[in-house]
Design a protein. Structure first.
Length: 137
């Protein structure tokens, strides 16, 4: 059995977008893909509105904590998905990089965060299908 690919989601604070993306990928992949997330300038806590929005989808972010971006995480990843962190993410040849232009949910109300959450879910689902398509039953 081969090692599943690893995806690293990176945003500035690791408090909203990247946390939601990691949680969605973990929930949907069921071990077919490994998910990590980090921030170039991590916040003190995950955005509580993002926690609420994810709970509506049955995904618990209440125990998630922002993590700082480090070189080891990038080296461990097969795919690096950036979300507004600019040039803070190191570049390594041989890695696949994607930049997802998504609204930062910081300071937004629940309705606006739901829209960001739903777009992240769509993109994560498409990424998962590219990396590890579901096997027919």
């Amino acid at each position: 059995m081969s090692t599943p690919p690893t995806v690293l989601f990176v945003c500035v604070h690791n408090a909203g977008r990247s946390q939601m993306a990691q949680a969605f990928l973990e929930a949907k992949a069921k071990g077919r893909v490994r998910a990590l997330s980090a921030g170039s300038r991590p916040a003190e806590r995950v955005n509580p509105v993002a926690v609420t929005a994810m709970a509506e989808k049955g995904v618990d972010l209440s125990h998630a904590r922002p993590k700082g971006l480090d070189d080891l995480a990038v080296r461990a990843a097969d795919v690096v998905v950036t979300m507004g962190c600019g040039d803070a993410c190191p570049f390594y040849p041989g890695k696949s990089y994607e930049d997802w232009s998504l609204t930062d949910p910081a300071g937004l109300d629940l309705e606006a965060v739901r829209a960001v959450r739903d777009e992240i879910e769509r993109r994560v689902t498409a990424l998962l299908e590219r990396l590890a398509p579901a096997q027919p039953r």
